[in-house]
Design a binder for this molecule. Sequence first.
Ligand SMILES: Cc1ncc(COP(=O)(O)O)c(C=O)c1O
Length: 406
Amino acid sequence: MKHKWAGRFSENIKDFGGYSIGKTLSLLKDPEIISLAGGLPSPRMFLSGDFQSVSRKILAENAEKIMQYSAIPGEGSLIGAIREFLKRDAIDVRDENILVTTSGQHGLDLLGRLFLNPGDTVLVDRPTFAGAIVAFKMQRPRFQGNDIESDGSDINGFRQKMDTLKKEGHPPKFIYVVPDFQNPSGITMSLEKRKQLLDLSYEYDVPVVEDSPYKDFRYFGETIPSIYALDQQREGNHVIGLYTFSKLFCPGIRVGFNIGPQAVIEKMTNIKEGNILNTPKYNQDMCTAFLTEMDLEAHITKCRHYYREKLDLFLNTLNIHFPEETGVSWTKPAGGLFLWVTVPEHIDTQILLSDAIKFKVAFVPGAVFYGENPKKNHMRINFSYASKEQLVEAVKRLSECIKKYL
Ligand SMILES: Cc1ncc(COP(=O)(O)O)c(C=O)c1O
């Protein structure tokens, strides 16, 4: 080839390596491997019956329209349904505060493009959602963060970082958090800390991005109000919410939304026009039907019950195979789809993974969940996808594999 392509790539992209979880998942072709790696909801929770009947209805009644372009901000009917959906969480927004996105990942990409210049700082938890890191990375920001605590973000640590950055004349562009059953740790931010985070946001005038796709998957304890709702009760205008229906309905639908101040949503809409134009109408109509025509609360109850049983089983099996003397510990999430396992410090989980694959079990090595200075002795475990039998077998295989390192 005449051209040396690498020299032609843009500054933002030339060193961009993509999504390392994707690469890990692509290694798992052997059907005998039990994967605890992907963040996959169980297909058993996928509303297959509703999907078929709703699909048929949409195609019969609306085929010509669904094959057409649709409005950039999203279909009016879906926006209306989202407003009702949000009322369950005491969030009251207008149409102008909502942008329908083509999945959560799309919302993250839009936010990165909207706010970040190369060298800007984003405050994040350590660990945090790898998909957010990779989406924001395309704008070449710096990530700074503090180790997450058992009740969520280290707010004092954030305050110190804010203080230093402000003194240096480069305050962070935003703080990104996943407050409910965080991906990857499973940790939930306490109400107190949500309020403190808002205090911080007001004091330093830095917005909070709240990404919360797991909120309805609570298996223990009381629901905690979202940071968005708490902000609405106080000053308002400081939080941008990000949501995806990938977990609640199904990832194949690729529908989510962002909520926030009108000025932010308008700009995001402009960016969406330039990057994907509109979210497929068919997918939006499916989503509207799921929200308005089926028994949403019954679906949520079913998911909660199903995933909770899996979580219980997984935690019990861990207790059996990893007694205290192994030095292996894990979080005990009150909901969501993940837990975070810590192995003794001398074990690098990236190396462990290549061995685990020989034992026919896989997880995501923790290092990908750090914006900077990754820690290497953690792994993210997903407990929603594998069957119960597979979950038990996976823990056995993991313990056999890890034994070699202890
Ligand atoms: C916290 C968080 N945000 C965003 C996403 C992306 O969602 P989607 O699959 O709709 O792109 C995920 C998916 O795992 C997630 O866990």
